[in-house]
Design a protein around this ligand. Structure first.
Ligand code: MN
Length: 750
């Protein structure tokens, strides 16, 4: 029975440094010593030709001489490690020698004749076979790819050991891929996924298949892999304990029926999960999404008995049952597969098989090399018994497809990965994968799931915790949207979204009710112009202006002015031709908005609702109590700035864009607003803590903290703080400035 930790550790090793190869250039190279390799072979093949192995080891070492690998290791460490991998598959002496010699024809001046003279024809043939494979560029352009694949398959069809050595060669190269340049890495990883992993699967070597896939996945799409791995980690934490429980209950049910079995929970690999997520838009949240249970029994009969017991105790999920024992897969994989609604209603996937079937499932054709009748080699009889098909025959079919169909796309298509390098992968609470651009925020997520969800989003929980809507999402986050009863648009939605999808949905939503607000805004603008000219809007008819600007109604005229399509001054001129606007000469922001000389537009606080034609400028993030002005932005409404915001200098000469704004009385006394302080802080232990304490003591609630421009001596920190009003914010800034480690404090930033 598997303990959860044991089960969690069953994914293939992703140790890219290899199990025993040298890890980095800094450490002395570590590879299998001559005697270690011999010992390993001797352990499973007492008849092994030690002298031959020794000669091959020394010859490879001498021929590769001082050549170096990209890792900085001596080149000969590579063939030795490849030989080491093959001892794990208990391969015969000729195969181990071939592994040791597999690069000498290609990379040194050794010839086939040299190899034949020293090691015999069998090994010479094998080495030549591997050399041929190495020369074929499998990832070549399509037309040539098909031809190369055909030749490749021909070469390995003669002796499957050629392919086995080639796969071990590729596995070691993938484990050390990080030493290569990124472009090269990508090409090799893609070829590995498209061709080698597929070939390994064809001959049933699933353990190598998984490791090749994982390593390729890691190189081709690290972002996606990271997302799946993180998600796996959280699921492991929550579902892991169930693994032991399920294993225990299944074992118990079987033993009550007198079937002795070993039940092991196996965690699925990130790549297999990713492939499933790609294939169908299914979730990734249940036990059965991450674990499969293996029920290992003693005989083929026991497989069916175990199945009977399991189906009697728990109800099976229809259409999930497969009998690969009576009908083995082409690569001789045999097992019974079923899915049941198991203990505590958990859906569980089970694979029922014997020990021997399990070995074939992991090692494929390589499982049949064994010691028998005082010699070691391929056991045709055992191969026959366990499925009986020559897996290489199916390679022939592949070659045919490539030859006749002429569609290499089809052959390699299944494993193609999309490149989503700049993406963030997050999950819905039900485990659905949502793919967003990097930097996306909860509203982007909500709109990616459904427009209705986006429209009603009022809050968000990320990984179970309430977070502000401005939180950038991280890979692997589980995002749960909190919805309100009606449609809402946060006033600062521009800073809360980055995806076109979310933004266009919000704009669509806004357009529906924005007219009213632009009318209000335009009317205020025109009033403003009238007041400054000493006229009273209420005393005149707007007819001449409506005629001049082709506005059907007064409201249309106001709307056009609100959208800044008609300058308010021209409305005034249409009614009072030749009127001199003395104020035009006036300059300076403060004069422009002197109290009493202009119409006032009141603004509610705590977020400018309804937020369609009014929004806070992110440069200064005004809070109630600040002296504010609005700048008209064509078709975007008013941007609200603090009167001394430096950005206002840009509008110094555009008097017509300025609007006087005031907070409503409620806003002035309103509860809480959010503001940002950017502080430059001397880098010393504990200073950030001090700053936070100071803010807290001053009654400010820090909702977000971001550090940037980090240098050895100083760093900048943005504090997003909930404050009561402008006065409160000033108070906090002053408290911070008083801190000796704080060099400078500014409003805004970001
Ligand atoms: Mn090699």
């Amino acid at each position: 029975m598997a303990a959860p930790t044991e089960a969690a550790g069953t994914a293939p090793p992703i140790d890219t440094t290899g199990t025993s190869s040298s890890a980095t250039a800094h450490k002395p190279p570590r590879y299998l010593r001559q005697y270690e390799l011999i010992d390993r072979v001797k352990a499973y093949d007492p008849s092994a030709d030690e002298a031959l192995l020794n000669r091959a080891y020394v010859y490879a070492m001498r021929m590769h001489g001082s050549q170096l690998r990209a890792s900085g290791d001596p080149y000969f460490a590579h063939p030795i490690e490849v030989a080491g991998i093959l001892t794990e598959y208990r391969m015969d002496t000729a195969t181990i020698c071939t592994a040791l010699l597999h690069d000498v024809i290609e990379d040194t001046n050794a010839t086939r004749a040299d190899i034949a003279a020293m090691f015999g024809e069998e090994i010479a043939d094998l080495v030549e076979g591997v050399t041929k494979l190495s020369k074929l560029e499998l990832a070549a352009e399509h037309a040539r790819q098909a031809e190369n694949l055909r030749r490749f398959i021909l070469a390995i069809s003669r002796d499957v050991r050629v392919l086995i050595v080639k796969l071990a060669d590729r596995l070691h190269n993938m484990r050390t891929l990080h030493f290569l340049k990124p472009e090269k890495r990508e090409r090799i990883a893609r070829e590995t996924l498209d061709i080698y992993a597929r070939l390994a699967r064809t001959i049933g070597m699933h353990r190598i298949t998984s490791e090749l896939e994982e390593l390729a996945f890691e190189n081709l799409n690290p972002v996606a892999r990271d997302a799946v791995v993180r998600r796996l980690a959280t699921l492991r934490a929550s579902q892991g304990p169930a693994v032991a429980m399920v294993s225990g209950e299944v074992t118990e049910a079987l033993s009550e029926a007198a079937v002795s079995a070993r039940v092991v929970g196996r965690e699925k690999t990130p790549y297999s999960i990713w492939r499933k997520l790609q294939r169908k838009s299914v979730g990734f949240s249940q036990l059965s999404d991450i674990y499969a249970f293996r029920v290992i029994v003693e005989s083929e009969d026991d497989c069916y008995r175990a199945l009977g017991v399991i189906h009697r105790v728990w109800s099976m999920v229809p259409e999930r049952f497969k009998d690969y024992i009576s009908t083995p897969k082409r690569n001789n994989y045999r097992s019974l597969h079923t899915t049941v609604v198991g203990p505590r209603g958990l859906r569980i996937e089970l694979q029922i098989r014997t020990e021997e079937m399990d070995r074939v499932a992991e090692q494929g054709v390589a499982a049949h090399w064994r010691y028998k009748d005082k010699s070691y080699g391929f056991d045709a009889e055992a191969a026959e018994l366990s499925g009986g098909r020559d897996p290489l025959l199916s390679l022939g079919t592949l070659a045919q497809v490539l030859n006749n169909g002429g569609d290499p796309d089809e052959a390699v298509e299944h494993a193609k990965l999309e490149m989503f390098l700049d993406h963030t992968f997050v999950f819905t609470p039900k485990g659905q994968l949502i793919n967003l651009p990097k930097g996306a925020m909860p509203l982007d997520f909500a709109y990616a799931v459904h427009t209705d969800i986006g429209d009603t989003t009022v809050g968000v929980k990320i990984n179970g915790e309430l977070k502000p809507l401005r939180t950038p999402l991280q890979n692997g986050d589980v995002v749960e949207v909190i919805r309100g009863p009606k449609r809402v648009t946060p006033p600062d939605w521009r800073s809360l979204t980055i995806t076109g999808r979310a933004r266009s949905a919000i704009r669509r939503h806004i357009r529906a009710n924005e007219r009213e607000e632009f009318v209000r805004l335009g009317r205020a603008g025109i009033e403003h112009a009238f007041v400054r000219a000493g006229k009273n809007l209420a005393e005149v008819s707007l007819r001449p202006a409506m005629d001049r600007f082709a506005a059907a109604t007064e409201e249309d005229l106001y709307e056009a002015a609100g959208r800044a399509r008609i300058p308010p001054e021209q409305v005034l001129e249409a009614l009072y031709p030749g009127l001199k606007l003395e104020e035009k000469a006036a300059a300076g922001a403060r004069r422009r908005i002197e109290d009493g000389k202009s119409a006032r537009l009141f603004v509610r606080g705590g977020g400018l609702t309804p937020g369609v034609s009014l929004h806070f400028a992110s440069c200064c993030s005004p809070v109630p109590g600040d002296r504010i002005v609005g700048i008209v932005q064509p078709d975007e409404g008013l941007a609200v700035h603090v009167i001394d915001c430096p950005r206002l200098a840009e509008y110094e000469d555009r008097e017509e864009l300025w609007r006087d704004l005031h907070w409503t009385p409620e806003a002035e006394t309103a509860t809480i607003s959010r503001a940002r302080l950017t502080a430059t802080i001397r880098n010393a232990p504990g200073v950030l803590g001090q700053a936070c304490t100071l803010i807290g003591e001053a009654g400010g609630n820090i909702v977000n903290l971001r550090m940037h421009h980090r240098q050895a001596d100083f760093f900048d920190a943005d504090f997003d703080i909930d404050v009561k009003d402008a006065k409160h914010l000033t108070h906090i800034a002053a408290a911070l400035r008083a801190c000796p480690s704080v060099e400078e404090v500014e409003r805004g930033g970001g």
